[in-house]
Write a protein that binds this ligand. Structure first.
Ligand code: GLN
Length: 469
């Protein structure tokens, strides 16, 4: 039995039915890593010893016939921007190359309590700043579909690890698209929850008003299962919201009859590749066949979203990064990479006296207008659909010297972050033998509705293609 291609759901059933043990499952993951990691470079650190211990713990519970949680014994890969007590966490930066966190992120504690098995920490753009993992201070992760191409970013290591079956699921973070875009590039599922749904405590901050942690998985159902465990209020994060966490799997009915999907013309504009546009439009037609109603909507302010994002995000990042002064945090012999420096300069400039009103404040005002515009549209539709990325996975090195071109690739994902809305990317087809992601954005706290739309699509038009490694 091939174990590495299992979903969380199937692995959980297999463990329950004693078809294999958690130790065997973990072992097969590490065998796969041994075989393909040199090609993909998804990981910054492997935690083989810990994984073995955690898996043995699950097997003990199984042998005692104790009831098994969904994530128990299931191998996870975690983006290396989420702190894990006693386990090196670098944020992809030389500044933190030797940082051993004295505490764990709430989200990692939740997963530990759920009995999941940590396989390792995954590569990312330095401090999650980027869309290709090329800004990592350590290595460039390759796209399993074509190793000459980027896996997307900044959670590129996590998405590539799921796609290459070097873990059963992964965690990423999304400030402006970093879960959804790499999920799209690697042909897997990624969801950014509503801002405040998941605790940010122990997430190394990029831009605090935008950051959210979320799962990257093989299926929509798996994403719902992980959300069930990681969502919820945390007293250590005052921006997390005290709102009941529903069982997200309950929303997966497979029925989308009459559900209204808004399609904003602005998200299908001139910057979107023809093949991406066509693949996404086919996906929308399929949703219509399933009974959903496609409604044209307009989000004219979304044109300003990218400019607003690239003022708000660096402003917040520049103040967040002030802590790496070699006193509180930081390795004084090292420096930030050039993308991080660029954003510190941009942010400091936008916040400086004399420019604050013209840049930061104006951006903050337009951000409210963007939020209002979404709120208006959600009065008439249940969710919004678009491509996740305007472009297919690009070649390594192709955009790295042109930051503006790199930033343009975020144009369809940043609006949801600015408005704090949940968004999911699911693979909806191939173009030029590369995966294309369909993005579904929901109103605040409506994860259930985007999950069900995504699930219904997946059940009827299964994306069964896999990268040839
Ligand atoms: N690519 C975007 C950026 O570079 C998004 C990053 C993210 O979501 N962490 O800012």
């Amino acid at each position: 039995m091939e174990l590495t291609n299992l979903t969380i759901k199937k692995a959980n059933e297999g463990l329950k039915n004693k078809q294999f043990s958690a130790v065997e499952l973990t072992k097969s993951i590490f065998e796969r890593i041994e075989k393909f990691e040199s090609k993909i470079d998804a990981f910054l650190l492997l935690t083989k010893e810990l994984a073995k211990k955690q898996a043995e713990k699950t097997d003990l519970l199984i042998s005692e016939n104790q009831s098994l949680n969904t994530l128990m014994g299931i191998p996870v890969a975690i983006k290396d921007v989420i702190v894990t007590k006693g386990i090196k966490t670098t944020a992809g930066s030389k500044i933190l190359a030797d940082f051993i966190p004295p505490y764990s992120a709430t989200i990692y504690e939740s997963l530990e309590n759920a009995g999941t098995v940590l396989i390792g920490k995954t590569n990312l753009d330095e401090f999650a700043m980027g869309g290709s993992t090329e800004n990592s201070a350590f290595k460039v992760t390759k796209n399993p579909w074509d190793v000459r191409r980027v896996p997307g970013g900044s959670s590129g290591g996590s998405a590539a690890a799921v796609s290459a079956e070097m873990c059963i699921y992964a965690l990423g973070t999304d400030t402006g698209g970093s879960i959804r875009q790499p999920a799209s590039f690697c042909g897997v599922v990624g969801i950014k929850p509503t801002y405040g749904r998941v605790s940010r405590y122990g997430l190394i901050a990029m831009a605090s008003s935008l950051d959210q942690i979320g799962p990257i998985t093989k299926t929509v159902e798996d994403a719902a299962l992980v959300l069930n465990v990681i969502s919820g209020w945390d007293k250590r994060d005052s921006t997390s919201v005290d709102l009941e966490v529903p069982d997200y799997t309950k929303f997966l009915t497979g029925n989308v009859r009459g559900v209204k999907i808004g399609v904003p013309g602005e998200f299908f504009g001139s910057g979107v590749d023809k093949s991406v546009k066509e693949t996404t439009e086919t996906a929308l037609k399929r949703l219509e066949q399933l009974g959903a109603k496609i409604v044209e909507v307009s989000l004219p302010r979304s044109k300003e979203a990218l400019a607003v994002y690239y003022l708000i995000m660096p402003s917040e990042a520049s103040s967040n990064l002030a802590r790496y002064d070699g006193v509180r945090f930081g390795n004084e012999r090292e420096t930030f990479g050039s993308e991080v420096k660029r954003r510190i300069m941009l942010g400091t400039y936008a916040l400086s006296s004399g420019y604050y009103d013209a840049y930061y404040l104006k951006a903050a005002k337009v951000r409210s207008l963007i939020q209002k515009e979404f709120a208006e549209v959600f009065k008439t539709v249940d969710l919004i659909a678009s491509p996740t990325s305007p472009v297919l996975p690009f070649k390594i090195g192709e955009r790295v010297d042109n930051p503006l071109q790199m930033y343009l690739a975020d144009v369809l994902t940043v609006p949801a972050n600015l408005a704090g809305l949940p968004g999911i990317s699911i693979p909806c087809g191939l173009a030029q033998e590369l995966p294309v992601g369909l993005q579904l954005i929901g109103d605040h706290w409506q994860e259930g509705s985007i999950l069900n739309m995504a699930y219904t699509y997946e059940q009827n038009f299964l994306f069964s293609e896999k990268p040839k490694l």
